[in-house]
Design a protein around this ligand. Structure first.
Ligand code: AMP
Ligand code: MG
Length: 503
């Protein structure tokens, strides 16, 4: 207990992961930086977590967010994990540039990790410097908060701080630290780490820890481990369907970058698609297109197989039965994903009832978009206005969507089919359009805008563009007429071809 006149703690920490055995982590503090300066604090998130945002803005608070001071109650550590990177097994990865300060139980009763990313070297850094430059820190801040506003499960960004230190990457770049908040930082790779070491005791402790924290309902089940695996499969199917429905490309879906909490985690070379094409890849390190947009459900399925394999020793005492349990759990993924994605597409098209041809209707639109280089976000947002106007005034309202297609007549045939489909079910046009606008965003973090923000920060130390983009993205489903330029796709010279890992 604090003395009555002691200042309130920055974080009301209760650190359950730190109470696990030593082989789960390396305990060490973050490495101080020369000149911490707050770039942005997420007041809304601080409020949700029950934190004192004003105190976090003081020099003492910024020192904590930069890793220059360890706050009371923290038990700082770097987590151990392994993983498959681009399909290749790496027996030891771990937090090489991140420190888990501790956990807080938020107002909603849910436990959250508070982690500093870019906080200096750890025993898991290998050849890396343990640092981050301001580009990836701003990208993660922007995209993770945009995802949260879009309603997609994700880690959050509590703060970004510049360090006053230079980080050497493709060039000498300004350093930064991100404060990340997650339901847990435990990954598929955390399970693989212990499974590969045949450390069944640790695997059991880890599984019990995760069930207790994230899937407490499973504890009472006959086979809690199977229940846990089923739930991770279900959450991941739902998550990837949500990504696909908004054109999000993660970029590095390695097993160490897949959370068992079902949140999007580790925003590296991620980006949203502008022009729709299923084979779109942004990551400069993904030459083979393993993590292309259209491959994401397959990769999630593959990663879940890795989790099931790691859990085999715990799924049943009989190995054959254990393998069958794991296989059955993972086999549920394709249907779970297919159902979730089709439901998302129905929502995007304003279809309330399920009819047999819905998947074909949606697929034919996507194919026409791909063939005609239509903008993914603008096409679906434009459909909301067409649905609102109804078939009668089609000519005027359809034009903004038609012109997104290289050959506008390619869209006309599909449009006629869609109108016929809408007419086949009851429903008021205004209500349908309103519902469609809740799932078809007007604003996404367009890659050229993210790059513009990063360039202003690096070249001019100007964070104005960052603030303006964050304002727009806080209400992605609202029409914001005075900010409509942020809805625009890039001009040809603004198109970003590749997004660098930039670690
Ligand atoms: P990622 O795929 O970016 O999530 O990172 C893969 C692995 O590389 C993780 O173990 C990271 O901690 C580590 N890593 C990435 N960047 C750095 C860095 N600058 N310094 C030390 N370790 C790093
Ligand atoms: Mg990672």
């Amino acid at each position: 207990m604090n003395a009555p006149d002691a200042p309130a703690a920055f974080f009301p920490f209760d650190n359950s992961f730190a109470r696990l055995p030593d082989r789960f982590f390396a305990k060490l503090p973050p490495t101080p930086v020369p000149e911490p300066r707050l770039i942005r604090l997420n007041d809304a998130l601080a409020g949700e977590l029950g934190l004192d945002a004003d105190r976090l803005r003081t020099p003492d608070g910024v020192a904590v967010l930069a890793g220059n001071a360890v706050p009371g109650g923290a038990d700082p550590l770097a987590m151990a994990y392994a993983g498959h990177q681009f399909g290749n097994w790496v027996p030891q990865l771990g937090d090489g540039r991140a420190i888990l300060l501790g956990e807080v139980v938020a107002g909603d009763g849910e436990r959250r990790d508070i982690q500093l990313k870019g906080s200096g070297r750890t025993p898991f850094s290998r050849m890396g410097d343990g640092r981050a430059w301001v580009g990836p820190v701003l990208r993660e801040y922007i995209v993770s908060e945009a995802m949260a506003a879009l309603g997609v499960p994700t880690t959050r960004a509590l703060a970004a701080v510049s360090t006053g230190e230079t980080v050497v990457r493709e060039a000498a770049l300004p350093g930064a630290v991100l404060t990340r908040v997650a339901r847990s930082h435990i990954r598929v790779g955390t399970f693989q780490y212990f499974a590969a070491r045949r450390d069944e005791e640790a695997l059991t402790l880890l599984t019990d820890h995760v069930i207790g924290r994230l899937y407490p309902d499973c504890a009472a089940e006959e086979n809690p481990v199977r229940c846990f695996l089923d739930k991770v499969v279900a959450r991941q199917a739902d998550l990837v369907a949500r990504w696909m429905a908004i054109g999000f490309i993660h970029g590095v879906m390695n097993t160490d970058n897949m959370s068992v909490a079902g949140e999007t985690i580790d925003y590296g070379p991620c980006a949203f698609m502008d022009t729709y094409h299923p084979a779109t890849v942004f990551s400069s390190i993904d030459a083979g297109g393993r993590y292309a947009y259209q491959n994401q459900p397959y990769i999630a399925h593959w990663n879940l197989t890795c989790l099931a394999q790691a859990l085999v020793p715990l799924l049943d005492a009989d190995q054959e039965k254990a393998i069958a349990e794991g296989q059955a759990a993972v086999d549920a993924f394709p249907d779970a994903y297919g159902t979730a994605f089709l439901a998302a597409l129905r929502g995007k098209l304003g279809l309330r009832e399920a009819q047999d041809d819905d998947a074909a209707l949606a697929q034919d639109l996507l194919t026409t978009m791909a063939e005609n280089q239509a903008d993914f976000t603008l096409t679906f947002r434009g459909l909301c206005s067409i649905a609102e106007a109804g078939q009668a005034s089609e000519a005027d309202t359809a034009d903004p969507v038609r012109t997104l297609f290289k050959d506008p007549t390619a869209f006309d045939a599909w449009l006629a089919r869609w109108h016929a489909r809408l007419a086949s079910e009851a429903g008021d046009a205004d209500a349908r359009a309103a519902a469609m606008r809740q799932v078809n965003p007007a604003f996404i973090p367009r890659n050229h805008r993210v790059e513009e923000v990063i360039a202003a920060a690096v070249i001019d130390s100007d964070f104005g563009p960052f603030e303006r983009l964050m304002t727009v993205l806080s209400a992605p489903y609202d029409d914001q007429p005075n900010r409509s330029a942020y809805a625009d796709p890039p001009k040809p010279e603004e198109v970003v071809q590749a997004t660098f890992c930039g670690t």
